[in-house]
Design a protein around this ligand. Structure first.
Ligand code: S3P
Length: 199
């Protein structure tokens, strides 16, 4: 557990030795449930504006040296949540960048506060059918293996959507080409006054 916590607190190899770049432009932080499209839209968004894209779940896996499913299994969800908070705080500190967070990250009040301070949050809101369809394509998510995915996602929608609604920007992630959702996010960021030239 100590080993996991320590490795998750360390800077990534790419940024080791570099000073944080400051917060002249906030990071763009995508939040939402599993299957909402955070990584897919985040990657496209970063490409469109020339910023670095970072998938927080991948960073956690890199730092821990094992998959998220393994972290859940070996260390438990609580240790994962603690590591998730540390990694996201570090990424925000190293920004600005486009960050796709895992579905539970924004539920942590401290992570939410850190995102509010150094980022602009974008909730990709999707309905149950869309989430079920998208998450059904892969089976790497430990939370969805605990029972019926439909019931689990319904419960998570009820628990999390009121909190995700605190995000700065809300975009409906419907079944349409990813380019369209990406353009909508870009437009909303501009309307929100985010400087997109400084990533
Ligand atoms: C989780 C979502 C996952 C991952 C972990 C827990 C959650 O990320 O962080 O399995 O609590 O919703 P994605 O939302 O990227 O699938």
């Amino acid at each position: 557990m100590t080993g996991l916590t320590e490795s998750l607190s360390q800077k990534s190899a790419e940024t080791q030795g570099q000073e944080p770049e400051g917060t002249e432009s906030p990071s763009i932080v995508l939040v939402g449930l599993m299957g909402a499209g955070k990584s897919c839209i985040g990657r496209r968004l970063a490409d469109a504006i020339g910023w670095t894209f970072i998938d927080a779940d991948s960073e956690i896996e890199k730092a821990a040296g094992c998959s998220i499913a393994d972290i859940f299994e070996r260390h438990g969800e609580e240790a994962f949540r603690d590591g998730e908070k540390r990694v996201i705080e570090r990424l925000l500190n190293e920004g600005p960048s486009v960050i796709a967070t895992g579905g539970g990250a924004f539920m942590n009040p401290e992570t939410r506060a850190a995102i509010r301070q150094a980022g602009v949050s974008v909730w990709l809101r999707a309905d149950l059918e869309v989430l079920l369809q998208r998450t059904g394509r892969r089976d790497h998510r430990p939370l969805l293996k605990k029972g019926d995915p439909k019931e689990i996602l319904s419960r998570l929608i009820a628990e999390r959507y009121p909190v995700y609604a605190e995000a700065d920007i809300v975009i409906d992630s419907v079944d349409r080409p990813a380019e369209e959702t990406t353009s909508q996010v870009l437009g909303a960021l501009r309307d929100h006054g985010v400087r997109l030239d400084a990533g």
